[in-house]
Design a protein. Sequence first.
Length: 101
Amino acid sequence: MCAITHYRQKYCKHRWGIITEPCAFGMGFDSCPMIFNREYVLPKPDVFVTRTLPCPKCDLHGFYDRNQIRMVPRVRTVLKIGSGPGREDRGVEIPLCCVVM
């Protein structure tokens, strides 16, 4: 399975994922069967806050390789109780959230 690292820009707060270790030559978000088919639960990747890497949306203005880099629109954490990890599998998804005051 391809290894994905998540980054968050310190100033604009955008998040994106980069394929850091492809499972084979040329594999990425569009070609890796573990990611593309969405049949497997991906492990939670590390998130790094960066100031030096350019944000794909703000700094690169959308001109980047979408097979190697993908923007992360939101982070969703759920607890699934059911027959399998996929969204089409039967079960109940319980959203988890944390409120800090």
